[in-house]
Design a protein around this ligand. Structure first.
Ligand code: T5A
Length: 208
């Protein structure tokens, strides 16, 4: 039986990485084997593309290049990791996927949403997640978390606050349009509370 494809989405510092680790542990306890990946990256080619995409050195990157680079990293990840894992019957937990391109390049950078969708349909061969958790937090909360973490800002994090506000609203719009796939979770709660909310839904949905 084909595995299940779960994605986590959200603005900067929403807690996706933190939650994915917790979900993996909980699923392991239930005997479900998982492959965990993150975007951009997750393959040798994708990791190189990630360096280009996030380096502040390339502040002059044009919008088409950005859309295509995110999609190319994704194409490699789907082909090399995600599809094979699903075909082996594993669950795949993916930290960002096509919805990130729709939210950031579509809503954030205000590129034509249909064009972003077309490019990504080509990149993924039409592979859509079975379930998507949107961790919703205010832009300022996410920024504060990243500031406390103390890592240098990457090219995307350096974008203006208004850009990130559009990303957040864009995500909420995407979730509204596909209520059967998306679950919106309040990302401002403690990590354990967020985890509890995700697992309650996930167990119910998956019937395990
Ligand atoms: N991008 C990506 C696009 O523009 N288009 C695309 O198609 C794709 C795929 C990726 C960048 O690329 C953009 C989006 C991004 O700007 P990244 O470094 O992978 O760059 O960035 P993020 O995915 O945003 O990862 P972050 O690490 O910044 O955020 P996470 O994973 O959401 O958050 P996490 O778990 O690392 O937590 C951040 C901090 O907050 C704390 C953690 O301990 C950590 O210090 N934290 C909490 N604190 C309080 N309460 C909670 N509930 C907390 N949860 C976590």
């Amino acid at each position: 039986m084909r595995g299940r494809f779960i994605t986590l989405e959200g603005p900067e510092g929403a807690g996706k990485t933190t939650q994915i680790q917790k979900i993996r542990e909980k699923l392991r306890e239930r005997g479900v084997s998982c492959t965990v990946v993150r975007e951009p990256g997750g393959t040798r080619i994708g990791d190189r593309v990630r360096e280009i995409l996030l380096s502040p050195e390339f502040s002059n990157m044009c919008q088409r290049t950005e859309i295509l680079l995110y999609a190319s990293s994704r194409a490699q990840l789907v082909e090399e990791v995600i599809r094979p894992a699903l075909e082996r019957g594993e669950w795949v937990l993916c930290d960002r996927y096509v919805d990130s391109s729709l939210a950031y390049q579509g809503y954030g950078a205000m590129w034509d949403l249909e064009e972003v969708k077309i490019v990504n349909r080509i990149a993924t061969g039409g592979l859509v997640p079975d379930r998507t958790y949107l961790l919703d937090i205010p832009v300022e909360t996410g920024r504060e978390r990243l500031r406390l973490r103390g890592k240098k800002k990457d090219r995307m994090e350096m974008k203006e606050k208004l850009f990130h506000e559009r990303v957040r609203q864009g995500y909420l719009t995407l979730a509204e349009r596909e209520p059967h796939r998306f679950r919106v979770v309040d990302g401002t709660k403690t990590p354990d509370e967020v985890h509890g909310a995700i697992m309650r839904d996930l167990f119910l949905w998956a019937g395990i």
